[in-house]
Design a binder for this molecule. Structure first.
Ligand code: G3D
Ligand code: MG
Length: 200
């Protein structure tokens, strides 16, 4: 079975397909971010047996219509085995934690290691610090500096293009900006691969 991959083309209309996967602890806002980004007009499905949501939408990117697929993985450890499958063929990763939940930040590296184990070399990744509308309302919140430092460390350690972004799925702040950055990185990575073919 083919769940997607690089340089995929939609069989219906030839448009590009980009596939990303949302990871992170439960309740950090993964589903909210995805819904906020995709708006009302998206197709969603749920694979109850393995706890995976799938949403897809045609988005305009670089003047091109792109079929953007977002897998939203359930955080339950019981699903760990089946989850591996959904990393395959992803062109981008969205790792989410909540600035109001330090544990979700501490677990961020575990999520990336899981992705790394399943994918080998990681595709472009955005590290999303969500719930910034709640800044200043909780003790021990995760700071911007910590998020940036983690992103730097991870980029060097796993040699992956990554950016740090702060969002609020509640107010919608920077949600579109975050996905636009990811699409840009995904597209650049794909073009890099294409041009490698000609150089090599
Ligand atoms: P998940 O998919 O990662 O498990 P959800 O997380 O998207 O289901 O969100 C978990 C809860 O956090 C939800 O609240 C949701 O409304 C809230 N939430 C998500 N993003 C934000 C945000 O940016 N700011 C604030 N203040 N809340 C957010 P409920 O109460 O429905 O469980
Ligand atoms: Mg969810």
């Amino acid at each position: 079975m083919n769940y997607g991959g690089n340089s995929l083309r939609n069989q219906d209309d030839g448009s590009r397909i980009m596939k990303s996967v949302l990871i992170g602890d439960g309740a950090v806002g993964k589903t909210s971010i995805r819904r906020n980004y995709l708006g009302e007009d998206f197709i969603e499905g749920h694979l109850a047996t393995i706890g995976v949501d799938l949403a897809t939408k045609r988005v305009l990117f670089d003047g091109d219509v792109v079929k953007f697929i977002i897998w939203d993985l359930a955080g339950q450890p019981t699903f760990e085995k089946v989850r591996g499958h959904y990393y395959q063929g992803c062109n981008g990763i969205v790792l989410v934690y909540s600035i109001t939940n330090r544990e979700s930040f501490d677990n961020a590296s575990k999520w990336l290691v899981e992705a790394y184990k399943n994918m080998g070399k990681l595709p472009p990744t955005i590290i999303v610090a969500n719930k910034i509308d709640l800044r200043g309302t909780v003790d021990n919140e995760v700071t911007t500096e910590e998020g940036e430092e983690f992103t730097e460390y991870f980029m060097e350690k796993l040699e992956v293009p990554a950016v740090y972004v702060e969002t609020s799925a509640k107010t919608g702040e920077n949600v579109v900006g975050a996905f636009t950055k990811l699409l840009r990185m995904m597209s650049d990575a794909e073009e890099g691969k294409e041009s490698d073919k000609f150089i090599g």
